[in-house]
Design a binder for this molecule. Structure first.
Ligand SMILES: [Ca+2]
Length: 462
């Protein structure tokens, strides 16, 4: 009898203890969550959290949880020339633990995002709920298709995502070896590659679609690898020169039989490709203007010499246009030893004029460089005047000087077949802007800022 009473007493006691513990755990969790939210608003979470705690939070937000939330962090009105724009930022600095770059895609009213480590997220309206924008993680096998050591070492191997004709394409700098495990210190084979998946809401199962056949020995950000939807059943891909001029004294961009330093069009059904243009260095932005059949592209020069280029396909489609790198550029090679410098300049002389040597002149170049990224032609964000085409583009950089870390607008006047820059205005955003999309029915630009891990929305303020 007594035993029974004691047992019941112990059970009740244990029950109460577990309720208290559960309650405490819940309290701790909520406290952590609230603190996290508060810290996010000040963008200094990393400084205030212990390593252990941070690791847990990181895991919770980036690896396990299906929701990636961006919290309202600022809202300001700035002048873009004579117009006013509203810039609203939503931040989650932990997103950089999934690779410090992300690209955006707009498809069927939804915004897609791929991080440098290959996590894919989707948001359906960009309408903030309780001052936060939630992205849902999409299941995919992307990480399984690349070497784990390689992915964890560089963290920014995935470059871009597009959705077209019920297919999802993802581009990356890939690595391969027949024999040895990944070791960044030894001879390596890096190459641009594209994976494809059937578009579905819940799960993207990727497979190989395209691979550049050449092996590039250096892992570099000068790899381009940006995708764009082209006409019919084709997509466009930029392939950078993989630092072949500056670090190997090899002018691959001028070699028609080498894919480094090219823009190519790839048939979605067969995977076959054709060269569109050559003589590029590191094309981080590409936009296809369907109305005028023009490819706009941007590229990073070396020290100085960033460019905006126009390829008017309507004039001579099929001709492989040459944009000069590494024979002509308005920039200079980075500092090199005297001996190596001679070799680099012998193979990649960097003459200033392009047209004098039968290369296409950029419509605009930047000395010093602004670290130019995505470009979009959009005539209705701010209503255009007659004969004016307006392009918007963004920039990276480590300071705010000379147009770096800014949102730019250029008006182009079309005279017969020539485009002349009539106006250039920009707004400093104080962050490295990696990518940008435009949503027509909201008249809204959406940008990814990679230092603070932010989504920025830019609308016209009236
Ligand atoms: Ca050029």
């Amino acid at each position: 009898m007594l035993n029974k009473k004691a047992t019941i007493f112990i059970l009740i006691f244990l029950f109460i203890i577990s309720i208290i513990l559960l309650y405490k755990a819940k309290e701790r969790y909520e406290y952590k969550y609230e603190r996290l939210k508060g810290d996010y608003k000040n963008l200094n979470l990393a400084k205030e959290t212990s390593d252990k705690e941070f690791k847990k939070i990181k895991k919770f937000f980036i690896e396990e949880n299906k929701t990636l939330s961006f919290y309202s962090s600022s809202s300001e009105i700035k002048s873009l020339g004579s117009n006013k724009i509203l810039i609203e930022k939503f931040s989650n600095p932990l997103v950089i633990y999934s690779g410090q770059r992300s690209s955006l895609e707009y498809h069927d009213e939804e915004v897609y995002m791929i991080t440098g480590k290959g996590d894919i997220y989707v948001n359906s309206s960009l309408r903030p709920i309780n001052d936060q924008i939630n992205f849902l993680k999409i299941r995919s096998n992307l990480r399984e298709l690349v070497d784990q050591d390689y992915l964890n070492h560089y963290q920014t191997i995935f470059k871009d995502i597009i959705i077209k004709n019920s297919k999802v394409y993802v581009s990356l700098t890939n690595w391969k070896s027949d024999t040895s495990p990944f070791n960044p210190g030894v001879d390596n084979c890096y190459f641009t590659s594209i994976f494809v998946a059937n578009f579905s809401d819940k799960n993207f199962i990727f497979d190989k679609f395209f691979e550049m056949q050449e092996c590039m020995p250096i892992y570099t950000n000068s790899a381009g690898s940006i995708l764009e939807k082209f006409k019919g059943n084709e997509i466009l891909l930029t392939i950078g020169d993989y630092a072949s001029c500056g670090k190997l004294a090899r002018n691959n961009a001028q070699d028609k039989n080498h894919l480094a330093g090219k823009i190519i069009r790839i048939n979605e059904d067969t995977g076959d490709y054709k060269l569109v243009s050559m003589g590029h260095r590191n094309q981080q932005g590409i936009y296809y203007d369907r109305t005028n059949n023009i490819i706009f592209s941007t590229e990073h020069g070396p020290k100085g010499g960033d460019e905006i280029n126009i390829n008017q396909l309507s004039i001579d489609e099929g001709k492989i246009k040459d944009y000069g790198w590494g024979n002509s550029s308005y920039g200079e090679h980075y500092d090199l030893s005297e001996e190596f410098k001679k070799k680099v300049y012998a193979n990649c002389p960097l003459k200033k004029s392009h047209s004098e040597f039968n290369f296409q002149e950029p419509i605009k170049y930047f000395v010093p460089s602004i670290a130019i990224t995505q470009i979009i032609k959009e005539n209705s964000f701010i209503n255009n005047k007659d004969f004016i085409e307006t392009i918007y583009f963004t920039s990276l950089g480590y300071t705010n000087k000379d147009g770096r870390r800014s949102f730019h607008k250029i008006d182009l006047r079309k005279n017969n077949d020539f485009f002349e820059v009539v106006e250039h205005e920009y707004v400093v955003l104080n962050d490295r802007i990696r990518d940008m999309i435009y949503i027509k029915n909201k008249n809204l630009f959406v940008l990814f800022l990679e230092l603070s891990g932010s989504i920025a929305m830019i609308s016209l303020y009236k």
